[in-house]
Design a protein around this ligand. Structure first.
Ligand code: PAF
Length: 281
């Protein structure tokens, strides 16, 4: 597996690979601190594409001024080992100045969507995500890019961006990977102490509660949301950011859950903000 640091090297590699008859390139954009959720994305890319690049870049523009950019876990050696073991051919690990050259003044704004769900409580977050993913897709020119359903609002923003900018990349979404007790895998779970780790299960409990009610035939958003709120009420140490039932394409609230509707939660467990979700079957 090769490690490349510049956009020019990544683009040259991708163009050479895509130039080979029948070959395709998959890109797995990440911020590193790779876990089994990322491993699933890399495996899916290795199954679906002839060649796979994994980008590892902790993107400063998607963090707010008081967020965890500085202390975000950076585990480059272990990340490269995992990427290689799961079938990656290239790791793209640029420095900040490679992605944001001095004087950089161009950003991608997906209007409307970027102000909903996580975008509401993290102003500027989705502008940073859309900007860096656009740069990565322009650099790597992949046939397909792989993202986790865990960041469901991010998926909505990126699908819109890829369609609007006619980037031509297929967006593949892979399922949430959970710990045996239900906690959705996240690079931020590392921040949780033992008590918080237990409290964090409230999010997946609310997801399961909603899934069970939907499976039993309940479709009214107000009833489903009230039941999810009741789950959070049992764990007052966890501070809810949002509990929403929305159209997955527009992130606008719905009054009735239908197949494809997104049920999404975000909550603070101590100083750590976690998210979880489920797509109505
Ligand atoms: O999901 C993430 O890890 C990041 O938001 C992404 C898509 C790699 C952009 O920095």
């Amino acid at each position: 597996m090769e490690i490349v640091r510049t956009v020019a090297e990544l683009r040259a590699w991708s163009r050479a690979e895509r130039g080979r008859a029948g070959n395709t390139v998959g890109l797995v954009p990440t911020m590193g601190a790779l876990h089994a959720g990322h491993a699933l994305l890399i495996r899916a890319a290795a199954t679906g594409c002839g060649q796979v690049a994994v980008s590892i870049f902790v993107n400063p523009t998607q963090f707010g001024p008081n967020e965890d950019y500085a202390r975000y876990p950076r585990t480059f050696e272990a990340d490269c080992a995992l990427a290689e073991a799961e079938g990656a051919h290239v790791v793209f690990a640029p420095g900040v100045e490679e992605m944001y050259p001095a004087g950089a003044a161009s950003f991608v704004e997906v209007e409307g969507l970027s102000d909903r769900l996580d975008g509401k409580s993290r102003p500027g977050h989705f502008r940073g995500v859309a900007t860096v993913v656009a740069k990565l897709l322009i650099a790597a020119e992949p046939d397909r890019a792989y993202f986790g359903q865990k960041d469901a609002a991010q998926v909505a923003v990126l699908r819109r961006m890829v369609a609007d900018l006619r980037l031509g990349t297929g967006v593949v979404v892979c399922p949430i990977v959970r710990e045996p007790d239900g906690l959705a895998l996240s690079s931020r779970n590392i921040y949780l102490n033992a008590a918080e780790r237990a409290q964090a299960l409230t999010l997946s409990r609310a997801v399961r509660e909603t899934e069970a009610r939907v499976a039993a035939g309940e479709r009214r958003a107000d009833v489903l949301l009230a039941a999810a709120r009741a789950v959070f009420a049992e764990e007052p140490a966890v501070r809810v950011d949002y509990i929403e039932l929305v159209d997955w394409a527009t992130l606008e609230p719905v009054s009735t859950a239908t197949p494809g509707t997104l049920f999404a939660v975000a909550a603070w467990v101590g100083a750590t903000r976690l998210i979880d979700n489920s797509i109505v079957a």
